[in-house]
Design a protein around this ligand. Structure first.
Ligand code: ADP
Ligand code: MG
Length: 292
């Protein structure tokens, strides 16, 4: 190797190290835009999301109270709990919308979520579905997915660039997955409530998130739509990690297939964790659902 090459190599290693340090311990403001090149989430230990001791207070009221939770890579985890338990606040913390007073939150084993901004968290692969669908009503189903694809910074294609064959294939696959292939050219505003929810999930999928957070995804859906949504989530399991907050116990039963862990939140902490049948038989859980 020539001295020139060695020097260039050493410089690259140093730059890489600086990036990694910025990503893991740097000041939040300074790390903007760099963490994305410098650090990929490390899933080698099998953990996708790890929350520990998360506390969020609103004017002295603890919406989350030392909440600890771990979700494995590829896992589909259902979270249940009465209104006000802190389920949505938990998602706000994971996505950087709300900063906790205490606790730690990591994505993979290496990414400190509490140091990242909302847009950075979205870019490293955490997608969130809010309760209300937020699709572009005046655009077609296809155009909604196209926009979502091009909004992904990794795609590098400009908003007006033509779609590549591979991108067209991805849109078609997603249309099929979300049961909207026959509606591809339909104006999104004309879809049913359930179809809009699927479209929004499709838009999230265009960004290929590693972790998907879904807050009451089947609220307001018909029974048939709910069933198809369960099928959709089950088909995403393994390829993505999913955290699903839901009240509909029949839906949770379908998702957990009698063998997956369910987490019950109450007053900002984990009240119980186990199979759905186990937590439903747990007296503490019965009590908070029935009220005292
Ligand atoms: N921005 C906020 N300001 C004040 N209180 C809030 C705020 N967000 C949530 N809360 C309170 O925190 C508690 C948890 O709310 P939330 O996370 O929405 O519960 P869940 O989604 O489980 O129904 C509730 O008592 C709610 O009123
Ligand atoms: Mg909520």
């Amino acid at each position: 190797m020539t001295p020139d090459l060695m020097e260039a190599g050493a410089r690259r290693v140093a730059e890489h190290d600086t990036l990694m340090q910025t990503a893991s311990s740097g000041d939040r403001e300074a790390s903007f835009g760099r963490v994305l090149n410098g650090a990929e989430p490390d899933f080698a230990h099998g953990v996708a999301l790890y929350l520990d001791g998360i506390t969020v207070s609103f004017d002295g009221f603890r919406a989350l109270n030392k909440l600890s939770l771990a979700v494995n890579v590829g896992e589909l985890r259902c979270i249940i709990g009465p209104n006000g338990a802190g389920k949505t606040t938990m998602m706000d913390v994971i996505t950087g919308k709300t900063r906790p007073d205490l606790g730690t939150a990591s994505f993979g084993s290496n990414i400190d979520l509490l140091r990242l901004r909302e847009n950075e968290i979205a870019q490293i692969g955490i997608g969130r579905k809010f309760q209300k669908p937020t699709v572009f009503e005046e655009l077609s189903v296809f155009e909604n997915l196209e926009l979502a694809l091009k909004a992904d910074r990794r795609a590098r294609a400009g908003l007006f660039a033509r779609l590549s064959g591979a991108q067209l294939d991805r849109i078609a696959e997603t249309l099929q997955l979300i049961h909207l292939l026959p509606q591809a050219q339909r104006t999104a505003g004309l879809l049913s409530h359930g179809q809009k929810q699927w479209l929004e999930i499709g838009m999230l999928l265009m960004q290929d998130p590693k972790l998907l957070l879904l807050d009451e995804p089947v609220a307001g859906m018909t029974d048939e739509e709910t069933e198809r949504t369960a099928e959709l989530f089950l088909s995403l399991e393994g390829k993505h990690s999913l955290v699903v907050v839901e009240h509909d116990m029949k839906f949770v039963d379908e998702l957990t297939e009698g063998r997956k862990t369910v987490t019950v939140l109450h007053e900002g902490s984990v009240l119980a964790e186990g199979l759905l049948s186990e937590v439903q038989a747990d007296e503490k859980v019965v009590e908070v659902y029935l009220g005292r």
